[in-house]
Write a protein that binds this ligand. Structure first.
Ligand SMILES: CCC(=O)SCCNC(=O)CCNC(=O)[C@H](O)C(C)(C)COP(=O)(O)OP(=O)(O)OC[C@H]1O[C@@H](n2cnc3c(N)ncnc32)[C@H](O)[C@@H]1OP(=O)(O)O
Length: 629
């Protein structure tokens, strides 16, 4: 039996000892006497009597251990032509100062702070500063439009919002202040203050409730780390559900610190002094876990990159970052590699850089297609590791744990479940499906530390969304199968959530946006396969009877409407006005059938269809975006 089998078995047979041992990798104010509290099942709590501070673990303890001069965070920004390295001492001082500024505004233990920022070091500093004083941050991805930000403000009810004057998207400067002002206007909850980081590319005009980051920090006394309960929330991160209202995934302090610290060694093979580069955004869980908390908890160096894989200015930037900062482990989404490959099919730009320190490429966020896997493997000649996880889980469920024991790779599979994750595949009646047969991928409860204990202020939705489909199991919402070696194959979603360039988006919320147009009677949004982004949404609308508008005009307005309501990141570029949508006799729109036809599958028309001719009329339009056959 191999090392992986041993560790995996122990983690499931004796989780108590396994996770208490892992907890020793973290510094505690009060060490936990036990790992798991099941008394409130299905609500589980990890390290119930432990007390710690996550910021202390991510920053201060490395200074105290004598590594204050080691680089902690490297900011690399081709879009501004600037960069900066923060040592652990410098990072501690900046975080303590900003934490002092927040405390001066009355932010304390349990208060929420929304962070709406581009990829600047101050985003990570703000997150760590919240953790330092026991406040709960909620980072909102900068690509979301004001209505999406407003919904999150209303749910998290923050005392303070931290933002910046602008973000930079390639060559475009995007002023953030008007977006923030609009969101606050739309929200019912009004935060007391907004702190704005002024950037030289576009300065914001500050109003009476706005405070300038630099001025505030200059006058702030540094704040000390406040120990909190391991079960206290560290952050809330919203993720798309099937309806328009996003789900506020809660992460607790103790579980997050222990699991991320453990994963840094076991999964990513990163230890103190080594460098990890995660090409993502702090607005996603990948950014929370593996740009900010994971590498810092491990005492490693993290690279925070403000740029794109291509176009800022070229497809060699990931290689430049890897070479310049002696990166050992790189982590990004498959889309980023598909974009690089499209620009530089032979990977010729790698020749310009010394990649001898790069040991691993990790990919996640969407399905890794075998073609991209083979291309990256051949180009880099290092292990390319597909892994699968979710905002809810906080760290990987399935991966090839190179820090424990590397398993043979099977392209198309992220390998086997990691220790702590008891993954099963079930049929609709709750029975395990045979090897090779697709079903719902679930995880037997309790989930390991670091995964969501609940949804913010919504225990009922937590149970309804994740725990009610199969008693005793967490429903991942992904479908797939296991093979004879226990390898997991994740094939798609079981709901209407789609994955566009590694961004999880709700077709339901796009439909809500389309339905808000005064000329739209009904609509459907489906995700269709896309060579670059994995999936892209396509919208189909039926106009209200008697509408005399030009369909092309309405289509363009609808594309713009989704951009304004959800954000450019939704990437809804195609909306078609149609005469009717295919439905069952009971009136349910046949989205799955539409999806199958659009993806070129031999999709059977269900016997419950009301009017088969509607599908036949739509078929050419579904197959080809321009309607040609
Ligand atoms: C494992 C758990 C998880 O799954 S957590 C989620 C992990 N996912 C990720 O890390 C995301 C990976 N994807 C990416 O980083 C990007 O999509 C990459 C690959 C870099 C490509 O970026 P880009 O060329 O901008 O395409 P895109 O599809 O992301 O963007 C579509 C439109 O949205 C815009 N956008 C994007 N980000 C922002 C932002 N922060 N602020 C404002 N706008 C943004 C883009 O500019 C683009 O706009 P447009 O349609 O071209 O006008």
């Amino acid at each position: 039996m191999g090392m992986y089998d041993d560790v995996f078995r122990t983690s499931l047979e004796d989780p108590e000892s396994f996770w208490l041992r892992a907890a020793q990798g973290v510094d505690w104010e009060v060490a936990p006497s036990r790992a798991l509290d099941s008394s409130g099942a299905p609500f589980y709590r990890w390290f119930p009597d432990g007390r710690l501070n996550v910021c202390f673990n991510a920053v201060d303890r490395h200074v105290e251990a004598g590594r204050g001069e080691q680089p902690a965070l490297v900011y690399d920004s081709p879009v501004t032509g600037t960069g900066r390295t923060y040592t652990y001492t410098q990072l501690r001082d900046e975080v303590a100062a900003f934490a002092g500024a927040l405390a001066g505004l009355g932010v304390g233990h349990g208060d929420r702070v929304v962070i709406y920022m581009p990829m600047v070091p101050e985003a990570a500093i703000a997150m760590l500063a919240c953790a330092r004083i026991g406040a709960v941050h909620s980072v909102v991805f900068g690509g979301f439009a004001p209505p999406e930000l407003a919904v999150r403000i209303d749910d998290a009810t923050p005392k303070v919002i931290v933002s910046a004057s602008c973000g930079i998207e390639g060559k475009r400067v995007i002023p953030y202040k008007p977006l923030l002002d609009r969101a606050i206007e739309l929200a019912g909850h009004k935060p007391q203050k907004r702190i704005i980081l002024q950037r030289p590319q576009e300065r914001a005009e500050l109003g009476p409730d706005d405070l300038d980051w630099a001025g505030l920090v200059a006058d702030a006394p540094p704040a000390a780390c406040v120990p909190v309960a391991a079960t206290d929330p560290l952050y809330i991160l919203y993720t798309s559900g099937t309806t328009g209202k996003p789900k506020g995934v809660v992460r607790d302090c103790g579980g997050c610190a222990v699991a991320l610290h453990w994963s840094m060694g076991a999964v990513y093979d990163i230890g103190p002094g080594e460098t990890m580069f995660t090409g993502s955004d702090v607005g996603w869980v990948v950014g929370h876990s593996y740009i900010v908390y994971g590498p810092l908890l491990a005492g490693a160096t993290t690279v925070l990159y403000e740029g794109k894989p291509v176009g800022t200015p070229d497809a060699g930037q990931f290689w430049r970052v890897a070479a310049d900062h002696a990166v050992k482990t790189m982590f990004t989404a498959p889309t980023a590699f598909r974009a690089i490959r499209k620009e530089d099919p032979k990977g010729a730009l790698t020749a310009d850089y010394d990649l001898s320190r790069l040991r691993y490429l990790f990919l996640a966020g969407e399905r890794l297609d075998p073609e991209t896997y083979h291309w990256a493997s051949a180009l880099l000649d290092i292990p390319v590791i597909d892994h699968w996880w979710q905002t809810e889980t906080g760290w990987p469920i399935v991966a090839n744990p190179v820090g424990i024991e590397a398993a043979p790779v099977k392209p198309g599979s992220p390998t086997r479940p990691l220790p702590g994750w008891d993954v099963r595949v079930l049929d609709p009646s709750g029975q395990p499906v045979p090897v090779g047969v697709d079903g719902a991928i679930v995880v037997k409860l309790p989930l390991p530390p670091g995964s969501l204990p609940t949804l913010w202020n919504d225990d009922a939705r937590f149970v309804a969304s994740y725990l009610s489909a199969y008693d005793g199991y967490y429903l991942t919402g992904d479908s797939g199968h296991l093979d004879e070696d226990g390898y997991v194959y994740v094939m798609g979603r079981t709901d209407d959530v789609i994955n566009v360039a590694g961004h999880r988006l709700s077709t339901g919320s796009m439909e809500e946006a389309l339905a808000a147009h005064p000329d739209v009677a009904e609509c459907a949004v489906i995700g269709v396969a896309d060579d670059l982004k994995g999936q892209v949404p396509r919208g189909f609308v039926v106009l209200k009877a008697g509408t005399a508008r030009d369909p092309g005009e309405v289509e363009a307005e609808l594309v713009q409407l989704v951009r304004e309501r959800i954000g450019a990141v939704a990437s809804l570029k195609e909306v078609a006005v149609v005469a009717a949508l295919p439905k069952t006799r009971s009136g349910k729109i046949l989205r799955k059938t539409m999806r199958g036809i659009a993806d070129g599958l031999d999709e059977p028309v269900p016997s419950t269809v009301d009017d088969p001719s509607v599908i036949e009329t739509l078929r050419p339009l579904l197959r080809r975006p321009d309607g040609t056959v």
